[in-house]
Design a binder for this molecule. Structure first.
Ligand SMILES: NC(=O)c1ccc[n+]([C@@H]2O[C@H](COP(=O)([O-])OP(=O)(O)OC[C@H]3O[C@@H](n4cnc5c(N)ncnc54)[C@H](OP(=O)(O)O)[C@@H]3O)[C@@H](O)[C@H]2O)c1
Length: 272
Protein backbone atom coordinates (compact mmCIF):
# COMPACT_ATOMS: atom_id res chain seq x y z
CA UNK A 1 0.00 0.00 0.00
CA UNK A 2 1.61 3.28 -1.19
CA UNK A 3 2.00 6.09 1.31
CA UNK A 4 0.79 9.46 0.17
CA UNK A 5 2.01 12.67 1.82
CA UNK A 6 0.72 16.23 1.79
CA UNK A 7 3.05 19.09 2.75
CA UNK A 8 0.92 22.07 3.77
CA UNK A 9 -2.58 21.64 5.15
CA UNK A 10 -4.37 24.69 3.78
CA UNK A 11 -7.49 25.31 1.76
CA UNK A 12 -6.56 23.17 -1.26
CA UNK A 13 -4.79 20.26 0.38
CA UNK A 14 -7.51 19.83 3.01
CA UNK A 15 -10.06 19.70 0.18
CA UNK A 16 -8.01 17.12 -1.76
CA UNK A 17 -7.42 14.88 1.27
CA UNK A 18 -11.07 15.03 2.38
CA UNK A 19 -12.30 14.19 -1.11
CA UNK A 20 -9.87 11.29 -1.51
CA UNK A 21 -11.04 9.87 1.82
CA UNK A 22 -14.72 10.51 1.11
CA UNK A 23 -14.48 8.67 -2.22
CA UNK A 24 -12.18 6.01 -0.74
CA UNK A 25 -9.48 6.53 -3.34
CA UNK A 26 -7.13 6.61 -0.33
CA UNK A 27 -7.30 4.91 3.06
CA UNK A 28 -6.57 6.82 6.27
CA UNK A 29 -3.54 4.60 6.95
CA UNK A 30 -1.95 5.69 3.67
CA UNK A 31 -2.09 9.40 4.42
CA UNK A 32 0.73 11.49 5.91
CA UNK A 33 0.40 15.21 6.56
CA UNK A 34 2.96 17.82 7.49
CA UNK A 35 1.49 21.13 8.57
CA UNK A 36 3.95 23.85 9.62
CA UNK A 37 1.48 25.36 12.07
CA UNK A 38 -0.55 22.79 14.01
CA UNK A 39 -3.71 24.86 13.56
CA UNK A 40 -7.18 23.85 14.73
CA UNK A 41 -8.12 22.43 11.33
CA UNK A 42 -5.30 19.89 11.58
CA UNK A 43 -6.30 18.70 15.05
CA UNK A 44 -9.95 18.46 14.02
CA UNK A 45 -8.99 16.41 10.97
CA UNK A 46 -6.78 14.08 13.06
CA UNK A 47 -9.61 13.55 15.57
CA UNK A 48 -11.96 12.49 12.75
CA UNK A 49 -9.31 10.36 11.05
CA UNK A 50 -7.09 8.89 13.78
CA UNK A 51 -5.19 6.55 11.45
CA UNK A 52 -3.76 9.47 9.44
CA UNK A 53 -0.11 10.19 10.36
CA UNK A 54 0.88 13.75 11.22
CA UNK A 55 4.64 14.18 10.87
CA UNK A 56 6.72 16.70 12.82
CA UNK A 57 8.81 17.72 9.82
CA UNK A 58 8.55 17.80 6.03
CA UNK A 59 11.69 15.65 5.93
CA UNK A 60 10.02 12.89 7.99
CA UNK A 61 7.07 12.95 5.59
CA UNK A 62 9.27 12.81 2.49
CA UNK A 63 11.32 9.95 3.97
CA UNK A 64 8.19 7.86 4.55
CA UNK A 65 6.03 8.58 1.51
CA UNK A 66 6.05 7.23 -2.04
CA UNK A 67 4.02 10.16 -3.38
CA UNK A 68 4.51 13.70 -2.05
CA UNK A 69 2.00 16.47 -2.77
CA UNK A 70 3.52 19.96 -2.33
CA UNK A 71 0.56 22.15 -1.32
CA UNK A 72 2.18 25.43 -0.28
CA UNK A 73 2.02 28.90 -1.87
CA UNK A 74 4.12 29.43 -5.02
CA UNK A 75 6.95 31.38 -3.36
CA UNK A 76 7.29 28.78 -0.56
CA UNK A 77 7.66 25.82 -2.95
CA UNK A 78 11.39 26.07 -3.68
CA UNK A 79 12.35 26.41 -0.02
CA UNK A 80 10.21 23.38 0.91
CA UNK A 81 11.46 21.23 -1.98
CA UNK A 82 15.13 22.14 -1.46
CA UNK A 83 14.81 21.19 2.22
CA UNK A 84 13.68 17.64 1.39
CA UNK A 85 15.49 17.15 -1.95
CA UNK A 86 17.75 14.28 -0.72
CA UNK A 87 14.60 12.28 0.16
CA UNK A 88 12.96 12.83 -3.22
CA UNK A 89 14.72 10.02 -5.08
CA UNK A 90 13.85 8.69 -8.53
CA UNK A 91 11.43 6.05 -7.16
CA UNK A 92 9.12 8.68 -5.64
CA UNK A 93 6.54 10.90 -7.32
CA UNK A 94 6.26 14.60 -6.48
CA UNK A 95 3.07 16.49 -7.33
CA UNK A 96 3.01 20.26 -6.95
CA UNK A 97 -0.21 22.25 -6.90
CA UNK A 98 1.40 25.71 -6.86
CA UNK A 99 0.36 28.12 -9.61
CA UNK A 100 3.24 29.58 -11.60
CA UNK A 101 5.90 27.01 -10.65
CA UNK A 102 6.69 24.75 -13.61
CA UNK A 103 7.56 21.05 -13.55
CA UNK A 104 10.85 21.99 -15.24
CA UNK A 105 11.73 24.32 -12.35
CA UNK A 106 11.05 21.50 -9.89
CA UNK A 107 12.80 18.83 -11.96
CA UNK A 108 16.01 20.88 -11.74
CA UNK A 109 15.94 20.53 -7.93
CA UNK A 110 15.13 16.83 -7.43
CA UNK A 111 15.59 13.37 -8.97
CA UNK A 112 11.97 12.29 -8.42
CA UNK A 113 9.57 12.49 -11.37
CA UNK A 114 7.39 15.59 -11.10
CA UNK A 115 3.76 16.29 -11.99
CA UNK A 116 1.73 19.40 -11.58
CA UNK A 117 -1.89 19.46 -10.52
CA UNK A 118 -4.24 22.42 -10.73
CA UNK A 119 -7.30 21.53 -8.67
CA UNK A 120 -10.49 23.53 -8.53
CA UNK A 121 -12.42 24.62 -5.47
CA UNK A 122 -15.55 23.29 -7.26
CA UNK A 123 -14.34 19.76 -6.52
CA UNK A 124 -15.64 20.34 -3.00
CA UNK A 125 -19.01 19.52 -4.58
CA UNK A 126 -17.62 16.80 -6.86
CA UNK A 127 -17.50 19.09 -9.89
CA UNK A 128 -14.89 20.89 -11.93
CA UNK A 129 -11.66 19.94 -13.65
CA UNK A 130 -8.34 18.76 -12.23
CA UNK A 131 -5.65 19.87 -14.67
CA UNK A 132 -2.59 17.62 -14.73
CA UNK A 133 0.83 18.02 -16.36
CA UNK A 134 3.49 15.30 -16.23
CA UNK A 135 7.20 15.92 -16.61
CA UNK A 136 9.01 13.44 -18.85
CA UNK A 137 10.21 10.97 -16.17
CA UNK A 138 6.75 10.21 -14.73
CA UNK A 139 5.90 6.54 -15.34
CA UNK A 140 2.61 5.28 -16.79
CA UNK A 141 1.85 3.65 -13.43
CA UNK A 142 2.35 6.95 -11.57
CA UNK A 143 0.16 8.79 -14.12
CA UNK A 144 -2.61 6.22 -13.73
CA UNK A 145 -2.39 6.30 -9.91
CA UNK A 146 -2.76 10.10 -9.87
CA UNK A 147 -5.74 10.00 -12.23
CA UNK A 148 -7.42 7.40 -10.02
CA UNK A 149 -6.96 9.62 -6.95
CA UNK A 150 -8.69 12.55 -8.68
CA UNK A 151 -11.35 11.19 -11.02
CA UNK A 152 -13.88 10.32 -8.31
CA UNK A 153 -14.51 14.03 -7.66
CA UNK A 154 -13.34 15.84 -10.81
CA UNK A 155 -12.87 15.56 -14.55
CA UNK A 156 -9.15 14.90 -15.05
CA UNK A 157 -7.54 16.62 -18.05
CA UNK A 158 -3.91 15.82 -18.79
CA UNK A 159 -2.46 18.63 -20.88
CA UNK A 160 0.85 20.14 -22.05
CA UNK A 161 2.54 22.51 -19.65
CA UNK A 162 2.60 25.30 -22.25
CA UNK A 163 -1.23 25.44 -22.03
CA UNK A 164 -1.56 25.04 -18.27
CA UNK A 165 -1.84 28.71 -17.32
CA UNK A 166 -4.45 29.43 -20.00
CA UNK A 167 -6.40 26.32 -18.99
CA UNK A 168 -6.22 27.30 -15.29
CA UNK A 169 -8.08 30.49 -16.16
CA UNK A 170 -10.91 28.32 -17.51
CA UNK A 171 -10.94 25.90 -14.56
CA UNK A 172 -9.41 26.77 -11.17
CA UNK A 173 -9.79 30.55 -11.60
CA UNK A 174 -13.12 30.68 -13.41
CA UNK A 175 -15.38 30.32 -10.33
CA UNK A 176 -13.99 33.72 -9.25
CA UNK A 177 -14.62 35.19 -12.72
CA UNK A 178 -18.17 33.81 -12.93
CA UNK A 179 -18.87 35.13 -9.44
CA UNK A 180 -17.55 38.59 -10.33
CA UNK A 181 -19.78 38.66 -13.43
CA UNK A 182 -22.87 37.55 -11.48
CA UNK A 183 -22.20 40.03 -8.69
CA UNK A 184 -22.05 42.90 -11.20
CA UNK A 185 -25.20 41.63 -12.93
CA UNK A 186 -27.11 41.45 -9.63
CA UNK A 187 -25.91 44.90 -8.50
CA UNK A 188 -27.00 46.52 -11.78
CA UNK A 189 -30.41 44.82 -11.47
CA UNK A 190 -30.86 45.92 -7.85
CA UNK A 191 -30.05 49.52 -8.73
CA UNK A 192 -32.98 49.55 -11.20
CA UNK A 193 -35.57 47.50 -9.31
CA UNK A 194 -37.22 47.01 -5.92
CA UNK A 195 -36.08 43.36 -5.70
CA UNK A 196 -34.58 42.13 -2.44
CA UNK A 197 -30.87 41.27 -2.72
CA UNK A 198 -31.46 37.72 -1.43
CA UNK A 199 -34.13 37.10 -4.08
CA UNK A 200 -31.97 38.49 -6.87
CA UNK A 201 -29.05 36.32 -5.73
CA UNK A 202 -31.26 33.21 -5.69
CA UNK A 203 -32.63 34.01 -9.16
CA UNK A 204 -29.22 34.40 -10.76
CA UNK A 205 -27.87 31.35 -8.93
CA UNK A 206 -30.69 29.09 -10.18
CA UNK A 207 -30.29 30.52 -13.68
CA UNK A 208 -26.54 29.83 -13.61
CA UNK A 209 -27.05 26.27 -12.38
CA UNK A 210 -29.83 25.66 -14.93
CA UNK A 211 -27.70 27.03 -17.77
CA UNK A 212 -24.81 24.72 -16.85
CA UNK A 213 -27.15 21.71 -16.65
CA UNK A 214 -28.77 22.59 -19.97
CA UNK A 215 -25.40 22.95 -21.68
CA UNK A 216 -24.17 19.66 -20.23
CA UNK A 217 -27.25 17.43 -20.26
CA UNK A 218 -28.64 18.56 -23.62
CA UNK A 219 -25.13 18.98 -25.07
CA UNK A 220 -26.04 22.45 -26.27
CA UNK A 221 -23.35 24.86 -27.45
CA UNK A 222 -23.12 28.42 -26.09
CA UNK A 223 -24.31 29.72 -29.49
CA UNK A 224 -27.34 27.38 -29.47
CA UNK A 225 -28.24 28.50 -25.95
CA UNK A 226 -28.06 32.17 -26.98
CA UNK A 227 -30.21 31.46 -30.07
CA UNK A 228 -32.76 29.59 -27.96
CA UNK A 229 -33.23 32.46 -25.48
CA UNK A 230 -32.52 35.57 -27.51
CA UNK A 231 -35.08 35.65 -30.29
CA UNK A 232 -34.31 37.87 -33.27
CA UNK A 233 -35.35 41.46 -32.63
CA UNK A 234 -36.36 40.62 -29.07
CA UNK A 235 -35.40 42.13 -25.73
CA UNK A 236 -32.82 39.53 -24.67
CA UNK A 237 -31.03 39.97 -28.00
CA UNK A 238 -30.53 43.61 -27.01
CA UNK A 239 -28.73 42.47 -23.84
CA UNK A 240 -26.65 39.87 -25.71
CA UNK A 241 -25.57 42.54 -28.22
CA UNK A 242 -24.31 44.74 -25.38
CA UNK A 243 -22.29 41.85 -23.89
CA UNK A 244 -20.88 40.83 -27.28
CA UNK A 245 -19.77 44.41 -27.88
CA UNK A 246 -18.16 45.02 -24.49
CA UNK A 247 -16.92 41.64 -23.25
CA UNK A 248 -14.30 40.72 -25.92
CA UNK A 249 -11.86 43.53 -24.96
CA UNK A 250 -12.40 42.82 -21.24
CA UNK A 251 -11.69 39.09 -21.62
CA UNK A 252 -8.80 39.76 -23.97
CA UNK A 253 -7.26 41.94 -21.26
CA UNK A 254 -8.07 39.38 -18.55
CA UNK A 255 -6.30 36.59 -20.46
CA UNK A 256 -3.31 38.78 -21.40
CA UNK A 257 -2.78 40.20 -17.91
CA UNK A 258 -3.20 36.90 -16.06
CA UNK A 259 -0.83 35.07 -18.44
CA UNK A 260 1.71 37.90 -18.00
CA UNK A 261 1.40 37.45 -14.25
CA UNK A 262 2.10 33.71 -14.52
CA UNK A 263 5.25 34.54 -16.51
CA UNK A 264 6.29 37.08 -13.85
CA UNK A 265 5.74 34.45 -11.10
CA UNK A 266 7.92 31.94 -12.99
CA UNK A 267 10.71 34.51 -13.34
CA UNK A 268 10.51 35.36 -9.61
CA UNK A 269 10.69 31.65 -8.74
CA UNK A 270 13.75 31.30 -11.02
CA UNK A 271 15.44 34.14 -9.15
CA UNK A 272 14.80 32.60 -5.69
N1 LIG B 1 -7.13 28.20 -3.94
C1 LIG B 1 -7.34 27.70 -5.14
O1 LIG B 1 -8.43 27.73 -5.73
C2 LIG B 1 -6.17 27.03 -5.86
C3 LIG B 1 -6.41 26.36 -7.06
C4 LIG B 1 -5.35 25.71 -7.68
C5 LIG B 1 -4.08 25.74 -7.10
N2 LIG B 1 -3.87 26.41 -5.94
C6 LIG B 1 -2.51 26.42 -5.38
O2 LIG B 1 -2.55 25.73 -4.16
C7 LIG B 1 -1.49 26.16 -3.34
C8 LIG B 1 -2.01 26.30 -1.92
O3 LIG B 1 -3.06 27.23 -1.94
P1 LIG B 1 -4.11 27.30 -0.76
O4 LIG B 1 -5.21 28.15 -1.25
O5 LIG B 1 -4.37 25.93 -0.25
O6 LIG B 1 -3.20 28.12 0.31
P2 LIG B 1 -3.29 28.14 1.90
O7 LIG B 1 -4.66 27.82 2.37
O8 LIG B 1 -2.63 29.39 2.35
O9 LIG B 1 -2.34 26.92 2.32
C9 LIG B 1 -0.95 26.97 2.18
C10 LIG B 1 -0.35 26.05 3.22
O10 LIG B 1 1.06 26.01 3.01
C11 LIG B 1 1.67 25.96 4.28
N3 LIG B 1 3.06 26.39 4.20
C12 LIG B 1 3.56 27.56 3.78
N4 LIG B 1 4.91 27.55 3.83
C13 LIG B 1 5.27 26.34 4.31
C14 LIG B 1 6.49 25.73 4.61
N5 LIG B 1 7.65 26.36 4.41
N6 LIG B 1 6.47 24.48 5.08
C15 LIG B 1 5.32 23.82 5.26
N7 LIG B 1 4.11 24.35 5.02
C16 LIG B 1 4.09 25.60 4.55
C17 LIG B 1 0.83 26.88 5.14
O11 LIG B 1 1.04 26.56 6.46
P3 LIG B 1 0.82 27.59 7.69
O12 LIG B 1 -0.62 27.34 8.09
O13 LIG B 1 1.80 27.17 8.70
O14 LIG B 1 1.09 28.96 7.15
C18 LIG B 1 -0.59 26.51 4.65
O15 LIG B 1 -1.11 25.41 5.36
C19 LIG B 1 -0.97 27.48 -3.90
O16 LIG B 1 0.33 27.29 -4.39
C20 LIG B 1 -1.94 27.79 -5.02
O17 LIG B 1 -1.26 28.34 -6.13
C21 LIG B 1 -4.89 27.03 -5.29
Amino acid sequence: MKKIGFIGYGSMSSMLVSKMLQHQTLKEEQIYIYSRSQHEGVSRFKNCHPAVTLTSTADELAANCDVVFICVKPFDVKEVVKGIAPRLTSVKHVISIAAGVTTEQLARLISAPVSKLMPSVTSEVDAGVSLVVHHEQVTEQQKEALTQMLEAFSLVKVIHEQDLDAATNLTGSSPAYFSAICETFVEATLSKSQLRATDAYEMVLEALLGTAQLLKQKQMTFAETIDRVATKGGITEEGVNILQAHLPPAFDELVTRTLDKYTAFQKQVDMQ
